[in-house]
Design a protein around this ligand. Structure first.
Ligand code: K1U
Ligand code: ZN
Length: 169
């Protein structure tokens, strides 16, 4: 088991655009296993490689109650989005303690490679759909607080920097 260090907002590395994975090889298998360990340890429902300072298109998700239904999406892309959207309460492991509403598509269909490099299509609604959209934003260098007003975002930025200064003491 290996836990990877997380990047915290407003770390500029969270704004890096991830590159496609060239080959699902042993390096990617290890990255996926370590990301799952890190997500479960942090009690998150998702994690993007960007958040552990790896700028390749890899996402892990588990929205199940039993925490035994991991979804691994490598090089994901949206192939369909619903016409309807909903305001959902979101959190982020890179912005601890902050929760706010973000408008997301109610349902999405995503095409990706799985952990063994096989192509798969995932149809998602509810929390899984919200989480996929949140994690795909991370791969584009976007953190959910960027959907909030500049006033809220600046308050969150100051709060995070203060907490990080205190943690460093
Ligand atoms: O990407 C991340 O930082 C993980 C994030 C995923 C996420 C949570 C909620 C909505 C969209 C995406 C988290 O896991 S935050 C912590 C958490 O477990 C959680 C927070 C709010 C609602 C449900 C779960
Ligand atoms: Zn996040």
């Amino acid at each position: 088991m290996a836990l990877l260090p997380l990047l915290f907002f407003p770390d500029p590395r969270l704004h890096t655009v991830a590159k496609p994975v060239a080959a699902v090889d042993q390096r990617i298998h290890t990255l996926v296993a370590d990301m799952l360990d890190t997500m479960y340890e942090a009690k998150g429902i998702g994690l993007a490689a960007t958040q552990v300072d790896v700028h390749e298109r890899v996402i892990v998700i588990d929205v199940s109650e039993q925490r035994d239904q991991a979804v691994v999406l490598i090089n994901p892309h949206l192939v369909w989005t619903s016409t309807t959207t909903h305001l959902n309460e979101e959190g982020c492991l890179s912005v601890p303690g902050i929760y706010d509403g973000v408008e997301r598509f109610d349902a999405v269909t995503v095409s990706a490679l799985d952990a063994s490099g096989q192509s798969r299509v995932v149809q998602a609604e509810g929390l899984l759909a919200v989480c996929i959209q949140h994690e795909m934003d991370h791969l584009l260098g976007k953190v959910f607080v960027e959907y909030l007003s500049p006033l809220k975002r600046n308050r969150i930025k100051k709060k995070m920097l203060k907490a990080q200064r205190e943690d460093a003491r």
